[in-house]
Design a binder for this molecule. Structure first.
Ligand code: VGL
Length: 191
């Protein structure tokens, strides 16, 4: 058994003050930063991850994923545009000791971190398998969109998958509770 932490899209635009702010985003960034601090200090109380990776929304021109009149379900205000501060990790996510960072969504919507690629071109699934990872814990933003899609794809790719519910923030209460139910149904352990 080898466990990895997957930190999904903890970026400025998804936190308070960003263009697609999710309530509680900055607090989630702080909690994950705290976890990463203890983990990187090898604190015996920290979870036993052998690997930590992050995903980032990384848009250039994602077509109708962006809209001037967004419905906040299928279309969104412009966010996480490459080269802007909104695309950067939130400063509360400190430290950022990631073994790899997977970027997604340059020219189309990409909710799942499993659609992302590392700088060497490897996909998240192949990269994790290459590290002999069997178990993943998923956290980040947003519970009802990118976290949901990433956790569901983790299960589909054969990883034993848990969601760190307290380290996630959702766009809307209803879609967040249905996403939690769907993840549980798919075999994700909610922690
Ligand atoms: C996300 C909405 C639009 C997310 C990304 O990271 O969950 N949500 N794009």
């Amino acid at each position: 058994m080898k466990r990895a932490l997957i930190v999904v899209d903890v970026q400025n635009d998804f936190c308070e003050g960003g263009s697609l702010a999710v309530t509680g985003g900055a607090e989630v960034a702080h909690k994950i930063g705290d976890l990463l601090h203890h983990w990187s200090q090898k604190d015996p109380k920290a979870p036993d991850y052998e690997i930590a990776v992050a995903t980032r929304d990384h848009h250039v021109d994602p077509g109708d994923h962006f809209s001037d009149d967004p419905d906040f379900e299928h279309s969104w205000p412009a966010h996480c545009v490459v080269g802007t501060d909104g695309e950067a990790f939130h400063p509360n996510l400190d430290p950022q000791p990631f073994d790899a960072i997977f970027l997604k969504g340059e020219h189309a919507a990409a909710y799942s971190g499993f659609e992302g690629t590392a700088p060497d071109g490897s996909s998240l699934a192949d990269w994790l398998r290459g590290q002999q990872v069997t178990h993943v814990d998923v956290c980040g933003i947003a519970t009802d969109y990118c976290v949901r899609a990433t956790a569901l794809d983790a299960v589909k790719n054969g990883f034993d998958t848990a969601l760190l519910e307290e380290m996630c923030a959702g766009v809307a209460p209803e879609s967040t509770s249905s996403a939690l139910a769907e993840m549980r149904q798919a075999g994700v352990t909610l922690r």
